[in-house]
Write a protein that binds this ligand. Structure first.
Ligand SMILES: *Cc1c(COP(=O)(O)O)cnc(C)c1O
Length: 434
C-alpha cells in the first residue's frame, strides 16, 4: 500500500514516510493510493470474528509488508485493549461507547495505534524521535497516555496553563517518563504557534528528528474505521442485519471520514449523519455547496469547536468532490448548547443513560432523523466524567449515581512544567531532551 497527497498523486510514499511526515511535502493530506475492497466472504462473516481479529484483518491491508505480521498483531492488540460495547437505548437505536479506553475518549484508539506504529518504525534508528503536540485539552491526554514508555520516543505536550480542566492536566502530566507536559503561560494558539515554529526551525530540524501527533496524521485516522465494523458485528450478533444509519459527533471530521473509508471497502451503511455544534461549516456546505470556514465558536462540546475542519478535503474526495454524491450519503445538522443540555437531561430522565455533550449532539440528530423502519447508532466519543462541570450543572449527582465518577488527585508531582510563551525557552527544552 502506498500513500499519496490529496493534491498530487504523482509521488507516492510508504506508510512509514506518511506517518513520520504527517503532512505531504505539498502541504496537503495523505490518503491511501487506493481503498482496498474487502471480499464478500469477509463482508458476510466478519461478525464471527472478535474485535482484534477484525482490526488486524482490516488494518493489515493498509500496512502490507511494512510491518511483519507478529509485530503488527502486537500493535493491534495493544491498541484495542479495552471494550467497545454497543448499547441499545431504545427501539433500533444504539450507542457505540468508544470511551472505555485509558483516557476515556475515542482518541485513545488513534493515539495508541500511531504511537506504536512510530515506535516500530523508529526501531534501530540512532536518534530518538521527538513528538511535539499542542492541545486544548482532549488530544493531549490520549497522546500522553498512548506514547507513554514507547521506546525511542520523547513526547512534548504543550497546553495553555490554567485553561484546561484539572482532570485533563492530570491525564497529560500524570504519565511522566518520556512524556513531558509543558504548561504554557498563554493561549492554545500560542501553544500551536510554538510547535509550528519548532517544525519550521531548520537548525533544530537538522539536529533533531521531529514529528507531530495531531489528528491529520493518517496513522491516527485509519484505526478508527475498525469500531464501525465492530458495531455492525454486534448488531448482527443480536440478529439485526439492516445496514445502519451511522451518526458521528464531528469537529475535524476525522472520525466520520474513517467510517466513510470503511464504507468504501464494503462495510454496509444506510447513510451517514454528522452532528456538529454551532460550528456548522459542513451542514451549511451541504445546503448550498459553499465551503466557508469561520472563526471558532466556543461551545460546551468543545472538542468539536472547529471552524475549518481539517479532514474535510479527505472526506469530500471520497465522494469525487461532488456535492450531489456526498449529499446522497451524508446528512449533517448542528445543535445549540441548549439543545445539547436538554438532550442530556431528557435521555437521563427517560432512560437513565448519561451522555457527555459530544455524544448528546449525535443522539439528538439521529433521533430526529431515524425512521421507524431503520436501525441506527451514534458513537459516544467521551466518558461523561470528562465533562463533569457541564453535567453536574444540569444533573447534580447523576455522575455519581451512574457509577461514572473517577477518582484522581492532581498534586505537585503530576503538574506540568510552567513555561513562558517564548520560542527560545521551548527550543531549549527540546534540545535538552534530545
Ligand atoms: C475530537 C473529538 C470529537 C471530534 O472528532 P473529529 O474526528 O475531530 O470529528 C468528538 N468528540 C470528542 C469527545 C472528541 O474528543
Amino acid at each position: 500500500m502506498k500513500y499519496i497527497s490529496l493534491k498530487n498523486s504523482e509521488n507516492s510514499f510508504t506508510l512509514k514516510e506518511a506517518v513520520f511526515k504527517g503532512l505531504a511535502p505539498d502541504g496537503s493530506l495523505f490518503m491511501p493510493e487506493k481503498i482496498p475492497i474487502l471480499s464478500n466472504n469477509f463482508i458476510n462473516n466478519f461478525h464471527l470474528k472478535d474485535l482484534n481479529e477484525i482490526a488486524y484483518d482490516i488494518l493489515k491491508l493498509y500496512v502490507d509488508q511494512e510491518v511483519p505480521s507478529d509485530e503488527f498483531k502486537r500493535i493491534v492488540d495493544e491498541t484495542f485493549n479495552f471494550k467497545i460495547p454497543l448499547k441499545e437505548l431504545e427501539y433500533n437505536l444504539f450507542s457505540l461507547e468508544l470511551f472505555h479506553g485509558p483516557t476515556l475518549a475515542f482518541k485513545d484508539v488513534g493515539a495508541r495505534f500511531l504511537s506504536r506504529l512510530l515506535g516500530y518504525f523508529n526501531k534501530g534508528e540512532k536518534r530518538k524521535l521527538m513528538v511535539l503536540t499542542a492541545t486544548s485539552g482532549d488530544t493531549g491526554g490520549a497522546v500522553a497516555n498512548g506514547f507513554h514508555r514507547v521506546p525511542g520516543i520523547e513526547v512534548v505536550v504543550l497546553y495553555p496553563k490554567g485553561k484546561i480542566s484539572p482532570y485533563q492536566e492530570y491525564q497529560i502530566a500524570g504519565p511522566g517518563d518520556n512524556v513531558h507536559a509543558i504548561a504554557v503561560d498563554g493561549s492554545f494558539d500560542d501553544c500551536q504557534r510554538l510547535v509550528k515554529e519548532a517544525f519550521n526551525d531548520s537548525e533544530l530540524r537538522e539536529q533533531i528528528y521531529m514529528t507531530s501527533a495531531n489528528s491529520i496524521n493518517i496513522g491516527r485516522l485509519l484505526p478508527q474505521m475498525v469500531y464501525y465494523f465492530y458495531a455492525i458485528a454486534q448488531l448482527r450478533n443480536s440478529n439485526i442485519y439492516d445496514a445502519p444509519v451511522i451518526t458521528v459527533p464531528s469537529g475535524n471530521f476525522g472520525n466520520i471520514t474513517a467510517a466513510m473509508i470503511g464504507a468504501q471497502m464494503g462495510m454496509p451503511v444506510k447513510r451517514f449523519v454528522a452532528a456538529t455544534n454551532e460550528n456548522d461549516v459542513v451542514p451549511r456546505f451541504l445546503l448550498d455547496g459553499v465551503y466557508s470556514p469561520h472563526e471558532t465558536i466556543m461551545t460546551i462540546a468543545n472538542a468539536m469547536d472547529v471552524g475549518d475542519p481539517s479532514n474535510f478535503p479527505r472526506m469530500y474526495q471520497l465522494y469525487n468532490n461532488s456535492l450531489a454524491l456526498i449529499k446522497d450519503s451524508l446528512f449533517s445538522a448542528s445543535v445549540t448548547d441548549n439543545e445539547i443540555k436538554d438532550t442530556i437531561v431528557k435521555c437521563y430522565k427517560e432512560r437513565e443513560y448519561l451522555m457527555d455533550p459530544h455524544s448528546a449532539s449525535a443522539y439528538n440528530i439521529l433521533k430526529r432523523t431515524l425512521s421507524d423502519k431503520e436501525t441506527g447508532f451514534f458513537v459516544s466519543t467521551a466518558h461523561p466524567f470528562k465533562f463533569s462541570e457541564v453535567i453536574e450543572d444540569i444533573l447534580p449527582g447523576a455522575l455519581k449515581k451512574s457509577g461514572y465518577e473517577v477518582d484522581f488527585e492532581l498534586n505537585q508531582a503530576n503538574k506540568g512544567e510552567v513555561m513562558k510563551s517564548e520560542y527560545s525557552s521551548f527550543k531549549k527544552i527540546i534540545e535538552n531532551l534530545a
